[in-house]
Write a new protein. Sequence first.
Length: 85
Amino acid sequence: TKAFMEAVQAGADVSMIGQFGVGFYSAYLVADKVIVTSKNNDDEQYVWESSAGGSFTVRRDTSGEDLGRGTKIQLFLKEDQLEFL
């Protein structure tokens, strides 16, 4: 996460497909928005958010639940996909 944030700040090409792979996009088959919260033991906690429009935001998480370490993925399901809850 820290290396990714440094790359973003340095202006690196961080296109979504290159960072997360095609498999990640399956989330957008059922969700309008995806939020990924990630924490490494030796790093700050960050939040990645996208609504699949080809853009995303990454920010340091200062107000969310402290994960300790690991990753939390939130899918905001499309109205016609609520059967998957």
